[in-house]
Design a protein around this ligand. Structure first.
Ligand SMILES: Nc1ncnc2c1ncn2[C@@H]1O[C@H](COP(=O)(O)OP(=O)(O)OP(=O)(O)O)[C@@H](O)[C@H]1O
Length: 297
């Protein structure tokens, strides 16, 4: 179990990237959602012991990870947002080298470990291929293979789905689900659908603060009976009532789909709809937004 207590980080330019972050994370996939600049990468780098917080405590199975970062790195795997590879080296060669850096010095043990990880991420057949020839999805699967070297108890993956085509994305989601058994896997992302389909636990980070946390199904359930939708023509947009708490207003095939949050049925043709995780996300981010422009997506 990962326990994060009152983590704070303010950069030298005054930006408060993390403000009193406290989370308890069980094994399985934990989704960390937030818009650009929310502080997700700062939190991921801090948990990966690559940057120090100003204050706060993080324990993994009761052990303080900041006390001996070198040792902590032996228990954690990290796939950073900007994971670069050497283009002229094969998958097998680079993974072997990264295993050396992780402290695995026995060649035979390393060979077995490298083969095992490449099989797990379905790249064994491509092991001799140069990484520069890999597709985006293959590169990300290779990134998972390197993160899993040494069977870490904590795996951190920062925005891994960006740029993946739909089939690679599904393949990558399945891989994350497979490897998250018996370990904590934190998936940082701004893609709500990935959290909805993968994560039994989640938190939403905005401007350095946790604004919501819990189980996605329960968070959606809390909005039950409160989400209302109306399809409007673009010209009707002017009739948006200033009193409404708008969750989203999005254009789809020439129509404007407006979803609002309201305890009681609003008049003017709104229909009650099942809450989606998007509703949880945008309500949490917007607080009491009620202007169409502010939430238009
Ligand atoms: N080294 C740094 N020095 C100063 N400010 C920084 C630094 N790194 C990040 N920030 C700022 O801290 C805030 C949080 O950034 P961070 O990269 O953690 O957010 P994020 O949620 O990962 O965003 P993104 O999805 O765009 O990567 C942003 O306002 C960013 O500009």
């Amino acid at each position: 179990m990962l326990n994060i207590q009152e983590l704070n980080k303010t950069y030298s330019n005054g930006i408060k990237a993390l403000q009193n972050i406290s989370l308890t994370i069980e094994s399985g996939i934990f989704g960390l959602l937030g818009p650009n600049g929310a502080g997700k990468s700062t939190l991921m780098r801090t948990l990966a012991t690559l940057q120090d917080p100003d204050s706060g405590l993080v324990t993994l199975d009761g052990i303080d990870i900041f006390q001996d970062p070198q040792k902590a790195r032996g228990w954690l795997g990290y796939l950073p947002q900007d994971f670069g590879v050497y283009p002229n080296v094969s998958a097998e060669e680079l993974l072997d080298l990264l295993a050396v850096f992780k402290g695995f010095v026995k060649p035979r043990q390393r060979r077995e470990m490298v083969a095992h990880q490449l099989q797990l991420v379905n790249l064994y057949e491509k092991r001799k291929q140069k990484l520069g020839t890999f597709s985006g999805g293959m590169r990300q699967r290779f990134g998972i293979a390197q993160a899993l070297l040494g069977e870490p108890k904590l795996v951190i993956v920062d925005e891994p789905m960006a740029g993946l085509d739909p089939s690679e994305r599904i393949r990558f989601q399945n891989l994350l689900a497979e490897i998250s058994e018996d370990r904590v896997l934190i998936l940082s992302t701004h893609i709500v659908e990935d959290v909805a389909s993968l994560c039994p636990q989640m938190a939403i980070l905005n401007q350095g603060k946790i604004v919501t946390q819990g189980c996605p199904l329960q968070l959606m359930e809390q909005l039950h009976g409160k989400v209302w939708m109306k399809v409007m023509s673009p010209t009707e947009a002017g009739t948006i009532n200033e009193e409404w708490t708008i969750i989203t207003a999005r254009m789809l095939q020439g129509k404007r789909y407006v979803r609002i949050l309201s305890d009681a049925a609003p008049d003017e043709g709104f229909q009650g709809v099942e809450p989606e995780l998007n509703d949880v996300y945008f309500s949490a981010l917007s607080g009491k937004q009620n202007t169409l422009e502010a939430v238009e997506i």
